[in-house]
Design a protein around this ligand. Structure first.
Ligand code: ADP
Length: 260
């Protein structure tokens, strides 16, 4: 079993994670770590458990066994008399506020402008003053190339623009970790590049990121570490060169062969 000790280098640590949906075991004993400042990219065929793993990190899904630590703290549970007990909503919310999540669908609030979307959570969840948050939100919209559209409503924006606003919105909470779940999969091909560019820029600035993606070019160029999942387990992991160029694992090679 895991230790409660904080490893100074680890933003995320997963130990023997098991997740089931009814009779289906979707994560079958997953161990992984994400160090501070690292970009970890998770690849693998559809249905292998990638999205579920990402959702377990911030407790959008509850795990059935194993442990996950985020920033040194056990996620979703407290240990009482040696046994895990479900944590309070307040503690879970506090942990989640350290973690930005960008979904495949942009999930912007349709009745709010881009700027209002970015401001919403820091003001209403963290209780920060509007004027302070507004300044930060404008800087973030600038960073993702959306300052000129600050007053626009989501339906007036392209998918790529909406996703860039969604990234700014996640960053407005000043997270220590960003999770990206197939952030470009719902976009028209010509809009993928502008979102990947923002993600690449974040990585270069040292943001700790876990990215589930089918964009192998991005994985190869931006990842510090690649995890290949298939059928609920991690089949192989390592630096991008190992996975993309030197892998001797048949399942990895088959998967990469199929998508190229
Ligand atoms: P991936 O991201 O690799 O495509 P997912 O984590 O989305 O894989 O899904 C893994 C498996 O878990 C799939 O078989 C999927 O159908 C199943 N699954 C995911 N979410 C649920 C859910 N809420 N209820 C039941 N089954 C689910």
């Amino acid at each position: 079993m895991g230790t409660q000790q904080k490893d100074a280098n680890e933003m995320v640590r997963g130990e023997q994670i098991v997740k089931r949906f009814g009779p289906l075991t979707v994560l079958n004993g997953i161990d992984f770590t994400v160090k501070y400042g690292q970009v970890v990219v998770i690849i693998g065929p559809s249905g292998s458990g990638k999205t579920t793993l990402l959702r377990c990190i911030n407790h959008l899904e509850k795990i059935d066994d194993g442990r996950i630590y985020v920033d040194g703290e056990l996620v979703g549970y407290r240990i009482v008399n040696g046994k895990p007990v479900e944590d309070s909503e307040a503690n879970i919310a506090r942990m989640r506020s350290k973690v930005g999540f960008v979904f495949q669908r942009f999930n912007l609030f349709p009745h709010m402008t881009a700027l209002e979307n970015v401001i919403e959570a820091p003001v209403h969840v963290l209780g920060e003053p509007v004027n302070v948050v507004k300044e930060r939100a404008m800087a973030l919209l600038e960073k993702v190339g959306m300052a000129e559209k600050a007053g626009a409503y989501p339906h007036k924006l392209s998918g790529g623009q909406q996703q860039r606003v969604a990234i700014a919105r996640a960053l407005a909470m000043q997270p220590k970790l960003m999770l990206f779940d197939e952030a470009t999969s719902a976009l028209d091909p010509e809009l993928v590049g502008e979102v990947l560019k923002v993600m690449r820029q974040l990585a270069e600035e040292g943001m700790t990121m876990v990215v589930v993606t089918h964009e192998m070019g991005f994985a190869r160029e931006v990842a510090d570490h690649v995890i290949f999942m298939d059928k609920s387990v991690i089949v192989e992991e390592g630096p991008p060169e190992q996975i993309f160029e030197y892998s001797e694992n048949e399942r990895t090679r088959n998967f990469l062969g199929r998508i190229h």
